[in-house]
Design a protein around this ligand. Structure first.
Ligand code: ADP
Ligand code: MG
Ligand code: MG
Length: 513
């Protein structure tokens, strides 16, 4: 059944019912850590000088309707995506050919690559890598075939700091709890029924992924207690999302972890002579820990590196014996340029990494067309499309950046390119806009209720632990790989961007139809 058959969705509530629902939702959210630190524009620092306040995370009031077949396909192909990106990260030769095109025109990518080269020169001492991935999709329906079944198209693939796994588990639990509110699913034809809701297992699964790496590290070389290190931004509004993973790591796996602001790396960690990474918690200087696994929730944006010392810190961590999530090569595998090279129509590259034809075909079916803006034939064609306002409105222009707020959309592309020297155009990729079906929902953010048209983005998490084969040509092997739950993010249909942390979207869960 499609969304249209459900009549009015979400259900119309009376003022009284809405008030009751909002109260229920707000209390549940705070009681279960479906929360963020308040925005500085919302609560000034002088009102909360010791940082004790939290507010409800932006959430949808109702689970959004999502096609069951698309949801199931997204989860089913995640292991193939794990295999694909683990293989890319193990294939230094191939990655180098991609990164080389960016070195002179993208300083951030160049600096990451230099770190890889510096560590390679000394020799890597850890051959295990952990990937915590999130493959993001929108539902797409071919506009020329209105009767066709909807399919998933990939927005992007994240290999670093894939966030919201903690809050996603909570929002799906919230929507299930709200079934206890009569007005929520009062009508017989309402799709909001326990059978149609999907609990996301992301918090537990991602924690399990960290535990898998922690256990694969082996015993301490220094007779110190072992720990996982969460390398984080400071301040971090989305701290509770990360805390859910820390708590699950401890409670379900018995693994100790610490939070280290990225900018304090060099003051709290050191490398032993064999490059074992030792972390000294500021509150117990006499008990240093040996770090098995570094989980980066920072370091993906140039803003995380305000001082030259921050680059020294990234090098220091990469050099260490700890398992990195992600390694520099895995971080680089997540470049938008890699997605473009795989997804440019008639690209031969996918086969290299996914030799099984049927597996590759299912992954390929999720690619939307993406083009380079370089001097290749496809690139020259794309340059024309991007520079012309008539055609540019079907595209989004993306630089090699993460974390939201970096893209240029539709009509803004031609004037943007006009100001950009032609030599720098290849630092961007041009992607066809996916046009998902318009749905309706209500979003509660910063205490305000926004009702209206929304667009949903499904993220599927994947965990992969692999052994590198010594650089070239994807030798090595995958030791563990699993699908690790989902995220649904929903934004108002007026916004091109969808980032929850960037201030545009809300966390949501799927009501399968
Ligand atoms: P980032 O790594 O910064 O999250 P994304 O590629 O995910 O970059 O783009 C940010 C947002 O822009 C997405 O969450 C989505 O809302 C929108 N977006 C990106 N690419 C497309 C596309 N091809 N079609 C429609 N929306 C897109
Ligand atoms: Mg994104
Ligand atoms: Mg991203």
């Amino acid at each position: 059944m499609g969304a249209a058959e459900h009549g009015e969705y979400p259900p119309e509530l009376s003022k009284e019912e809405e008030k009751y629902l909002l109260n229920t939702l707000k209390d549940w959210s705070i009681a279960h850590g479906l929360a963020v630190r308040p925005a500085p524009t919302f609560v000034q620092q002088s009102q909360d000088p010791t940082g004790v306040l939290a507010s409800t995370a932006p959430v949808t009031l109702f689970p959004s309707l999502f096609p069951r077949s698309c949801f199931e396909e997204g989860l089913a192909i995640q292991k193939a995506y794990n295999e694909l990106y683990s293989a890319i990260a193990r294939d230094e030769t191939w990655l180098q050919s991609i990164v080389e095109e960016l070195l002179d025109i993208d300083d951030f990518v160049a600096k990451l690559w230099q770190i890889h080269l510096a560590v390679k020169k000394e020799g890597y001492v850890q051959n295990l890598s952990l990937g915590i991935f999130r493959s993001d999709y929108m539902v797409h329906k071919d506009p020329s075939r209105p009767d066709s079944t909807p399919g998933l198209k990939q927005v992007e693939f994240n290999t670093i700091a894939s966030s919201f796994g903690g809050l996603s588990s909570q929002v799906s639990a919230l929507h299930k709890y709200l079934l206890t509110v009569d007005a929520y699913s009062a009508s017989m034809s309402s799709p909001i029924k326990a059978d149609n809701l999907r609990q996301s297992k992301s918090a537990k699964s991602l924690a399990k992924g960290l535990a898998v790496a922690h256990n694969a590290y082996g015993t301490s070389r220094t007779a110190r207690p072992l720990c996982v290190l969460f390398v984080v931004q400071d301040p971090e509004r989305n701290v509770f999302d990360q805390r859910h993973l820390e708590y699950a790591l401890l409670e379900e796996n018995g693994v100790r972890s610490f939070r280290l602001p990225f900018g304090e790396t060099l003051s709290h960690t050191k490398l032993d002579s064999d490059r074992t990474l030792v972390y000294t918690p500021p509150n117990s200087p006499s008990t240093p820990f040996e770090v098995t696994t570094i989980y980066f929730r920072a370091g993906y944006s140039p803003d995380d590196y305000p001082k030259e010392e921050d680059w020294t810190a990234r090098l220091h961590l990469e050099k260490s014996r700890a398992i990195k999530c992600p390694s520099i090569l895995t971080h680089l595998a997540g470049c938008k340029k890699v997605q473009q090279v795989l997804a440019t129509p008639h690209s031969p590259h996918l086969q290299r990494f996914l030799p099984e034809f049927e597996v590759a075909a299912r992954v390929l079916a999720t690619f939307a067309p993406i083009y380079p803006l370089d001097n290749s034939e496809a690139g020259r064609e794309a340059r024309k499309l991007a520079a012309d306002p008539a055609s540019a409105s079907r595209y989004v222009l993306k630089p090699q950046r993460e974390g939201g707020g970096n893209n240029i959309y539709r009509k803004a592309i031609p004037p943007f390119l006009e100001k950009l020297p032609k030599t720098h155009w290849p630092a961007y990729i041009l992607m066809e806009m996916i046009e998902p079906p318009q749905l309706k929902n209500a979003i509660l953010r910063n205490g305000e209720l926004q009702r209206g048209g929304v667009i949903c983005e499904l993220g599927v998490y994947g965990v992969s632990l692999w052994r590198d084969g010594g650089g070239a040509e994807q030798k090595g092997e995958i030791l563990e790989s699993f699908e690790a739950g989902y995220l649904l993010r929903t934004k108002g249909d007026q916004s091109e961007e969808g980032g929850v942390a960037a201030g545009f979207g809300a966390v949501d869960s799927c009501c399968l139809v």
